[in-house]
Design a protein around this ligand. Structure first.
Ligand code: ZN
Length: 1046
């Protein structure tokens, strides 16, 4: 090792230049990470393959400016130099972290070469040499080193944006090429359109940035050290900027979980009003704010605005002035990819010959318009385009960005669905070939079979246990099965839950594992789903289908047959063969003693069939008996039934999302769910005991009492006392709050209760005190997710933890130590975040379908646009209604923009007249010259539904009151009836027609369409079945989906 000195010129915080001399150690051996290496480098980890045509070494400037292009997985054999890496680091942590994750990700074929530690490639900086010139000299030396180190077996291409470097270095070494990045992409990757477009778009933005004028629009941000000191001293407050959805122009709140503990005044956050005060902060950024003097504090605007039904707080009326501040600096930008729409050209936008700067409008209203320089402004009109923000200088009213790719024409179904995915950062490209290569083979020629060695390691239940599954009709991915049998001459009962052994097939850290981890869940949209795992696992080898041998992870309880108290529990890996694949209706029919055809028994002779049938029926009965007992136990503890009797426990299981809305309430739904809850609970106990500080559990925090206020007040308006002090009290009082005249009353109250709840979340046991482990909704002290490893990554983590716990117990060497508390907490955050994204996307896609449905109709003439709505909240200028027929919630204004109010004639028909509105706690009164009208909580009124289209954002439904009497059209369809599935059917049909029509003009699907249409079922019927079963169009769906994550 050689010691040299490295001289750095740094700028101090006061702007002085400081010369720092650092010892710099050079080594002869620095790993090259190439599989061609003959020199015996210590190449630990990812290596570059040897079968490429070349390796490419980008210089510092290319890495700093075009990292996005280098992030494309198609580019192979990329060597990042330490020099480039450091240059990126000085651009900002965010960029540096992106490079780090790129280097870690096995899907990207790139490595890091520590060129400045390598004795022969290190080049000290010369006196007077500019930083840029020195950097390119270093990178060239690194490229040349590679070529020689690999004995000329691999050509090396250095790419740079510096023409001078090209001419300086090109002729020095025969196997080392130096070309511009643009030439490189054109010559080596002519077909990689995405790279070319990205390159063009970024370099355009860079050019524009240089030509920027300099009149200042905003005050400068304070430097990081000043912010840090200010936060420490309490002069500044740090938090996350949340822009108001409904008043995005002016209102934003800076919130921070820790704020209220320090200063109760700030528990509601700090209001940032107006764009000058927001000072270029974008929704989601971590910012530092300075409070304004009290005299400048103001309140939030509270009148009802578009689509406001979903807001959590029932606050209304004039809010008091609250702490108000201005942004003084940005701690961290949290920019993501944004979908924007290029507005129609009206000639007022700045146009030069080659390029145009267009103000594109983000789909998310909370994001400011973004200035994009593009040469394709005409072609992009009315298209949805993915863009990234590059910078927001203080001299510019808007941030500058560049386009990444085009999604399609605004308003088309496919474009809109891709928009929803992108806006929620859901990336679901088809599984790559490399991932699929990891999958076990199972084809007609080479069917998969149980490995005898593996079988020897497992408890074999195939002959001893009657195992069966109960799922929705036609379910493909069966991840749970059940068994129940008598032991010890009837003194004991053994209950068994057997879950697909997914982690047997997906080893930790494999490509499939990484993909599943980054997806974290299967995504369900209204017309399709994106699976977390490849089909060969989810629908085949992991699916516990009937009549085939499958690996499982089982929990077996021995219960006292009389008291049902647990006498012992066994956990472990098993081998099972499910005997029956039942669906809910069939299982219930057997329980009810009805005639039912069990397909598995169809071929048997009558005597045998009878024997088997009674064996199965007896098992189902025992199961029901046990589940009733378990449910009663939880009920005593205060378990909540959030959404109507029929499917209560179902809500707790994402697995059973397909069973959320049965045609009729069946007890067997509850029975299955109860067993799953039991298994999850016991596994939670097991892993928490084994790993007290690093187990993945799921907690449901008690709700904040103030959020129950609207529920309590609404209940009171109808004469019900809702007690929210404990989950038990709430459950009991909700049970009593029933209006025999109107079943909707109870449903709405439960819906409001659900709204007030916080969401259940995953966490690491080391990150919370034990009293926070409680699951409020299920009334259990510990809970986790174990029963759906096919569609939830959390369950896969839990399976691994359980396996490790069992190995530990046996004193065996655990294969891999489980992740530590910090890593696990980070993973939990990621999964929670993805689950929220999945819910938002699902909700948005339902909304999309609703709008598409009504868009096709003329609200003035079509009777389907008129519906019955129930008032569930009162606001200053209107009410919120719920429309059971379509599952729509939304605001109905009693005063319109012209200041007219809705008054009613003798038959209840509304007319718009100038007048006034007066709000009371439980009703609202409109008065005009012609009389007055009263609208009360829980009143049924008639509304007309139409669509508000804006082109740049998602369409929304507009609800208009037309009568204060209930709607008396055709009888409203009963829950679960055809009305809603027809809605979806109709929309899908129209979309398919439109697509066919479009296909006549467009020879093939766009790249995005092909890329993203991953598991879209081609068969229309099955799509409809799935939607129906998912019940996404059901009135309760949105609320239920929320509850589903309990
Ligand atoms: Zn080597």
């Amino acid at each position: 090792m050689i010691k040299t000195e490295k001289v750095l010129h740094l700028k101090s915080s006061r702007g002085r230049k400081v010369r720092v001399v650092r010892e710099h150690y050079l080594r002869e051996r620095v790993p090259c990470f190439s599989s061609l290496c003959q020199a015996g480098c210590d190449n630990d980890g990812k290596v570059l393959p040897g079968d490429l045509t070349h390796y490419v070494v980008p210089d510092a400037e290319v890495v700093v400016n075009f990292l996005e292009v280098l992030e494309l997985t198609e580019l192979q054999g990329v060597v990042f130099t330490q020099t480039a890496c450091q240059a990126l680091h000085s651009k900002g942590r965010r960029f540096y972290n992106r490079l780090k994750s790129l280097l870690r990700d096995p899907r990207h074929d790139c490595v890091l070469f520590a060129n400045e530690f390598q004795e022969y490639s290190y080049r000290p900086r010369e006196k007077g040499e500019s930083q840029e010139r020195w950097q390119s000299r270093c990178v060239y030396a690194a490229a040349a080193w590679y070529y020689h180190h690999l004995a000329g077996m691999m050509s090396v291409v250095m790419v740079t944006e510096d023409q001078e470097a090209v001419s300086r270095f090109s002729s020095l070494n025969s196997g080392v090429f130096v070309i511009s990045f643009q030439d490189y992409l054109q010559n080596f990757w002519p077909g990689l359109q995405a790279a070319h477009e990205l390159y063009a778009s970024i370099s355009q933005a860079l050019q524009e940035k240089e030509a920027e004028d300099s009149s200042r629009e905003f005050s400068e941000h304070l430097p990081a050290e000043v912010l840090e000191a200010g936060i420490k001293s309490g002069r500044f407050i740090q938090g996350t900027l949340n822009v108001s959805k409904h008043r995005a122009q002016n209102e934003a709140l800076v919130t921070n979980e820790g704020l209220s503990s320090k200063n109760p005044d700030l528990s509601g956050g700090v209001l940032v009003f107006g764009s000058k005060s927001r000072n270029r902060a974008v929704h989601g950024d971590a910012v530092a704010v300075e409070l304004l003097p009290r005299s400048e504090w103001r309140g939030k605007v509270t009148a009802l605005t578009e689509g406001q039904a979903e807001e959590k707080s029932g606050e209304d009326g004039e809010t008091k002035p609250m702490p108000t501040g201005r942004v003084v600096g940005i701690l961290q930008r949290n920019w993501r990819d944004y979908v924007v729409t290029f507005p129609p050209r009206d000639g007022t936008q700045n146009q030069s010959r080659n390029s145009q700067r267009i103000l594109a409008v983000p789909w998310d209203r909370r994001i400011p318009k973004i200035r994009i320089s593009t040469q394709q402004a005409d072609a992009l009109q009315d298209h949805r385009v993915v863009v990234r923000i590059d910078s927001w200088p203080s001299t510019s009213l808007y941030p500058n960005g560049h386009s990444v790719r085009v999604l399609g024409r605004a308003g088309e179904l496919e474009t809109e669905v891709q928009t929803i995915l992108l806006e929620n950062c859901i990336h679901v490209a088809p599984f790559s070939e490399a991932q699929l290569r990891e999958m076990p083979l199972n084809s007609p020629e080479q069917p998969w079979s149980v490995d005898p060695v593996e079988a020897g390691r497992r408890r074999d239940l195939r002959e001893t246990h009657l195992v069966f599954s109960i799922d929705p009709r036609g379910c493909e991915d069966v991840d749970d099965t059940l068994s129940v049998r008598r032991l010890a001459g009837g003194r004991l009962l053994e209950l068994g839950v057997h879950i697909a052994d997914v982690t047997h097939f997906v080893s930790e850290g494999s490509l499939t594992d990484l993909e599943a981890r980054s997806r974290a869940t299967t995504y369900y949209l209204a017309d399709r789903r994106y699976d977390m795992l490849p089909g060969v696992l989810s629908a085949d080898l992991c699916s516990l289908l009937g009549g085939v041998d499958r690996y499982a992870v089982s929990v077996l309880w021995e219960l006292d047959a009389q008291s049902l108290a647990v006498t012992s529990v066994w956990f472990g890996r098993t081998l099972i063969r499910s005997s029956y694949q039942l669906h809910y209706e069939l299982a219930q029919a057997l329980l009810n003693g009805e005639e039912a055809e069990v397909p598995e028994l169809a071929r048997l002779d009558p005597a045998e069939r009878h024997a088997k049938l009674s064996e199965l029926t007896e098992a189902l009965e025992k199961l029901t008996h046990v589940a009733r007992h378990l449910r009663a136990q939880r009920d005593r503890g205060g378990a909540l039934e959030l959404e109507g009797v029929e499917v209560r426990a179902q809500l707790d299981e994402e697995k059973n999302i397909t069973a959320l809305v049965p045609r009729q309430p069946l007890e067997v739904h509850e029975t299955v769910a109860e067993c799953m809850i039991y298994a999850n609970h016991w596994v939670a106990r097991k892993i928490q005991e084994a790993f007290p500080y690093q187990a993945l559990l799921r907690r449901h925090p008690s709700p904040r009492q103030e959020l129950f206020r609207p529920l309590v007040e609404t209940g009171r308006a109808r004469g019900f006392a809702i007690d929210t002090r404990t989950n038990k009290a709430l459950a009991d009082s909700l049970d009593r709050a029933v209006d025999p005249q109107d079943p909707l009353v109870n449903r709405l109250l439960r819906m409001m209760a659900t709204q007030a709840m916080s969401q259940a979340v995953y966490f690491s046991t080391g990150a919370q005190p034990e009293d926070q482990f409680y699951h409020y909704g299920l009334a259990l002290d510990r809970y986790t997710h174990f029963t759906s490893p096919i569609r939830r990554y959390a369950d896969m983590v839990v399976h691994r933890l359980l396996t490790a716990a069992l190995l530990l117990e046996q004193g065996a060497e655990p294969g891999k130590t489980p992740a530590g508390n910090k890593d696990l907490e980070e993973l939990s955050e990621h999964i929670n975040n993805r689950n929220r994204a999945a819910q938002r996307a699902q909700k948005l896609s339902v909304g999309l379908f609703q709008c598409l449905f009504f868009k096709e109709r003329d609200p003035a003439t079509d009777p389907r646009c008129v519906a019955d709505g129930v008032i569930y909240a009162i606001r200053d200028n209107g009410v919120l209604v719920f429309i059971p027929e379509y599952g729509v919630k939304g605001p109905v204004y009693m005063r319109n923009k012209e200041g007219q109010v809705a008054t009613t004639g003798p038959d209840g028909t509304c007319e718009w007249q100038s007048g006034s509105v007066r709000r009371y706690p439980d009703h609202i009164v409109t008065t005009s010259g012609c009389g007055s009208a009263t609208f009360r909580l829980f009143d049924h009124i008639t509304v007309r539904i139409s669509v508000l289209s804006t082109n740049c954002h998602a369409d929304t439904l507009n609800l208009e009151v037309i009568s204060n009497k209930p709607h008396c059209g055709p009888a409203p369809p009963k829950p679960g009836s055809q009305g809603r599935s027809q809605l979806v059917q109709e929309v899908v049909r129209l979309a398919e027609e439109a697509q066919e029509k479009a296909a006549q003009h467009r020879p093939k699907l766009s790249r995005e369409e092909r890329e993203y249409r991953q598991s879209r079922t081609p068969n229309l019927y099955s799509i409809l079945e799935e939607i129906r079963e998912l019940a996404l169009m059901d009135p309760d769906a949105a609320a239920r989906v929320c509850a589903a994550s309990v």
